[in-house]
Design a binder for this molecule. Structure first.
Ligand SMILES: Cc1cc2nc3c(=O)[nH]c(=O)nc-3n(C[C@H](O)[C@H](O)[C@H](O)COP(=O)(O)OP(=O)(O)OC[C@H]3O[C@@H](n4cnc5c(N)ncnc54)[C@H](O)[C@@H]3O)c2cc1C
Length: 865
């Protein structure tokens, strides 16, 4: 049986809260909850406090977040008491700090060491958890908190023959407490992740020979360790509270300025300077934040990656070794980058050898060493720096059985599902500290841990005050959070890497991105909003009966939300308060700030004859050989704004994705030329384009019309006019968030009328400029009111947060009812304007891919009579 840190006390039979783990998380939890009057027992397999810093005693083990920041902030007196000796403290110093914390708050008396929690069962009748230790002791608790760590379950090496080896074997994550002396020994290190990169230079200092087996080359930057940063110390001295608060509301858990410099657009000298500054700073968040777009744009990412490779090549004298050490199989930052002290230079030492497992795979471990590609290498010691079964491993390694008898392991067989990374449906009263789908390992964990502990403590206080005894996330809230967390990952380059963030290092582990990458600040805001909205998405129960404010906390796509936040922060005047000329100038100026869209084969300008005057067009031709399908395109802008080049990024994107020539035609605008001038121009343009398809290098049998917003309205109307006129033959139509009847009474006008850029007021302004009230019901203005049979197959895209959403949906449904083939695409989490923001709103790309694929399939189908 485990014993409490105070000595002989037996495990208590019953407590309010059981805490698993006595690292950074468990210690603060225990202190905080005890202060609030809860009875608490904590358990740890280890024989003392420290968690990560208890287990990882390998040479060179250090933190990689500066210690000025990687520390508790809950007690200013504790901060005054402790002085760090280095910018990045060593493991012994961090362990001493956590021991000091345990002493200072007298925590050990409620911690049972040497005690592994093996199983936990929820008892619905008593609304309590029953925990069982590996020695079969039991403890009953109302609340059960897994403060068991993200990186606390070392991954054992899964190499053939590993059990056969007779020499010394070490695992970095379970290092012996006594000093290991490698002097004069032949040592192998297997693995070059963070731990490998930290221990290799240290082991090289002692060993007679060091052979490093590398499966994946990793990015690493010099830590430039030394005294704690004077500037951070000065900031803390001047305003500790302000500094800590800035960290809590920062992206990564450390105060930092975010840049808006793009790695794609910035000139070479700016790029180089920014990179060098970050390299000199020796901080992870600096090198991860050289450019605003390096985490999402592969081109920007490659700029940083290549500059790091240059540094590696400059540090390593043997070109072949240097090449092997250069990471090439993952974008920078998608695997945890490292901070090192002389790592690459270590490979210049005569007794250090790199074995690149891609060139020389390990065949087997033998009794005396390692056989790799026909070579037998003998070792006195092998050090496995093979990482962890991260984030979910420690949680599912306990046999946790929830309300319906399902185990957590089974529930998460396809990947973890949580609400805020704090709780999971089916497991009432179970909390996780830095669980999956919370910022956790992507952040300064000291800050994330404090935030989680504070949130849990507030929640328990509230439940006590309201006489509640059961809390569980609803399936709706959990599904919403999982989707949001995934949405955040999907706009980044992370899913491209075989990383432990993706579970890729553990055979059989599902491939899902485990942490929340939306940022510490965004995450904290979400948690705060959940709390402020009656613990939204959490079903609460007690003697007075259940209560729940069910809902989804984040529905807008994360990058769309960033655009909305940015627009809101600019405090721009409403467009409907401007006259048409000012509104046009404003909209052109905004468009000029957008990325240009992908390169196409050719862009040419021309004019075509219109009913009143020539109409300007811009033609986008794919790089491939023709003849191409042809798409007549009408821009958005409420019939008031825009031009043939206003939607250039979207047109380029459509051109590349469909392989079609896009002819974007300008048309007469209101209020100068009101309804039906734009329609007349659009129809005339389509007639001209159809007749001239061959001379434009296109296949006349593959003609589509497309348009966005008011342009979607014109495209839809044009198809009706062509049908009625007996030609031209249009093979398909693409209507992107189109205006189809201007009914302001639809729910989407009410739900999304404000706050999503296109407002109900602006839509009224557009209509007022375009058409008289009496004209608006005419099918040439409201195609939904026209006859819909016999129209070309349609791709109709609506956006969830668009006032026009229901008009688009209604048109798609009416077309289908009229027998027209329809592909209806509902863009979840998008707004009226977000889908055309190519390369700025990344989450729009899959929607555009789907619409292009649907349009292409209609274009390639034989034309309907
Ligand atoms: C080498 C290394 C360096 C790191 N450097 C940094 C850094 O610089 N900055 C940063 O932010 N983060 C860093 N981390 C992440 C680090 O894990 C966290 O910062 C932090 O220490 C986690 O604290 P914790 O209390 O949540 O978990 P841990 O420190 O992992 O503690 C969890 C404890 O729970 C115990 N436990 C688990 N399951 C059970 C069970 N079933 N029964 C009983 N006991 C159990 C374990 O024995 C362990 O002691 C690093 C991690 C490693 C491995």
């Amino acid at each position: 049986m485990g014993r409490s840190g105070s000595g002989s006390a037996a495990i208590p039979a019953e407590v309010d809260v059981a805490v698993i783990g006595a690292g950074f998380s468990g210690l603060y939890l225990l202190h905080k909850l005890r202060e609030l009057g809860f009875s608490v027992a904590a358990f740890d397999e280890a024989s003392d406090v420290g968690g990560t810093w208890y287990w990882n005693r390998y040479p060179g083990a250090r933190c990689d977040i500066p210690t000025t920041d990687y520390a508790y902030s809950f007690d200013p007196e504790l901060e005054k008491d402790w002085t760090w000796s280095e910018k990045y403290a060593t493991q012994p110093e961090i362990l001493a700090y956590l021991q000091h914390v345990a002493d200072r708050y007298d925590l050990r008396r409620d911690i049972w060491f040497g005690t592994r929690i093996a199983a936990a069962v929820w008892d619905e009748a008593s609304r309590r958890w029953r925990l069982r230790t590996s020695e079969d002791d039991e403890v009953s608790c109302r609340y059960y908190v897994m403060a068991s760590g993200c990186l606390s379950l070392p991954k054992k090496p899964d190499i053939e023959g590993v059990g056969r080896y007779r020499g010394e074997v070490y695992l970095t994550g379970m290092w012996p407490h006594e000093r290991v002396d490698f002097s004069g020994k032949r040592v192998a290190v297997v693995g070059t992740g963070s731990s490998g990169i930290q221990c290799i230079p240290e082991i090289a200092r002692e060993a007679a020979q060091l052979t490093v087996f590398q499966r994946t080359a990793n990015f690493s930057a010099p830590a430039h360790n030394g005294a704690p940063s004077p500037s951070r110390l000065a900031q803390l001295a001047a305003d500790r509270d302000g500094y800590r608060e800035a960290a809590r509301w920062s992206r990564g858990g450390m105060p930092a300025e975010l840049t808006d410099v793009s790695g794609v657009i910035a000139p070479d000298d700016v790029r180089r300077q920014r990179f060098e500054d970050a390299w000199q700073a020796g901080e992870l968040f600096a090198i991860l934040g050289v450019f605003s777009d390096q985490g999402i744009n592969p081109v920007a990412n490659e700029v940083v990656a290549e500059m790091i490779r240059e540094k590696i090549r400059a540090s390593v004298t043997d070109p072949e070794t240097a090449d092997s050490l250069c990471p090439k199989d993952h974008p920078f930052g998608t695997k945890r980058p490292c901070l090192d002290t002389g790592y690459f230079e270590t490979f210049n030492l005569p007794h250090v050898r790199l074995v690149d497992l891609h060139r020389m795979p390990i065949a087997t471990i033998t009794e005396t060493g390692i056989d790799a590609a026909g070579e037998s290498i003998e070792f006195d010691a092998i050090v496995f720096a093979t990482g962890f079964d991260a984030m979910t491993g420690p949680l599912v390694s306990v046999d946790i059985s929830g309300a319906d008898g399902v185990t957590l392991k089974d529930k998460w067989a396809q990947g973890p599902t949580t609400y805020l990374g704090l709780m999971t449906t089916g497991f009432p009263n179970l909390f996780m500290i830095t669980g999956p789908q919370s910022p956790s390992v992507l952040s300064n964990m000291a800050v994330s841990i404090e935030q989680h502990v504070d949130w849990v403590a507030d929640c328990l206080l509230r439940m006590r005050a309201d006489n509640l005894d059961r809390i569980e996330p609803t399936p709706l809230a959990e599904a919403g959070w999982v989707r949001h967390s995934q949405d955040c990952a999907d706009i980044t380059l992370h899913p491209r890497a075989d990383s432990w963030y993706m579970g890729a290092n553990v055979p059989g582990k599902p491939r899902v991105f485990l942490p929340y990458i939306g940022g510490v600040d965004a995450y904290r805001r979400a948690c705060q909003e959940v709390a402020e909205n009656g613990l939204m998405g959490l079903r609460l129960d007690g003697p007075a009966g259940p209560r729940c404010n069910d809902g989804v906390i984040r529905r807008v796509q994360p990058d769309v939300a960033m655009v909305l936040d940015l627009v809101a922060s600019l405090g721009l005047p409403a467009m409907e308060s401007m006259d048409a000329a000012d509104a046009r100038a404003f909209s052109e100026a905004t468009a000029a700030t957008m990325p240009p869209g992908p390169a196409v084969g050719e862009i040419t300008d021309g004019t075509l004859p219109g009913p009143a005057a020539d109409l300007a067009y811009r033609l986008y031709r794919p790089a491939s050989a023709g003849p191409h399908p042809l798409i007549a395109y009408f821009h958005g802008g409420g019939w008031v704004l825009g031009s043939q080049h206003a939607d250039e990024p979207f047109c380029r994107d459509l051109c590349v994705r469909t392989g079609a020539v896009i002819v974007s035609v300008n048309y007469r605008h209101a209020p100068e030329d009101r309804f039906p001038a734009a329609v007349d121009d659009a129809f005339a343009a389509v007639q001209w384009i159809a007749v001239n398809a061959a001379s434009l290098g296109c296949d006349p049998g593959q003609l589509a019309v497309a348009g966005w917003s008011a342009g979607g309205n014109l495209a839809a109307v044009t198809c009706q006019l062509a049908r009625d006129a007996g030609g031209p033959v249009i093979t398909s139509q693409l209507l992107l968030t189109p205006v189809t009847d201007g009914d302001f009474g639809r729910p989407s006008y009410i739900e999304n009328g404000e706050g999503f850029i296109l407002t109900a007021a602006l839509m009224r302004w557009f209509w007022d400029h375009y058409a008289d009230e009496a004209e608006r019901a005419h099918p040439k203005a409201a195609p939904l009111r026209g006859t819909l049979t016999g129209l070309p197959p349609a791709v109709v895209v609506s956006a969830e947060f668009d006032p026009l959403r229901d008009e688009g949906d209604a048109y798609a449904e009416a077309l289908a009812a009229a027998g027209v083939p329809v592909r209806q695409i509902r863009a979840r989490g998008h707004t009226h304007t977000s889908l055309t923001m190519v390369d700025a709103v990344i989450s729009g790309a899959p929607v555009r891919a789907e619409m292009a694929e649907a349009l292409s399939s209609f274009l390639q189908a034989p034309a309907r009579a």
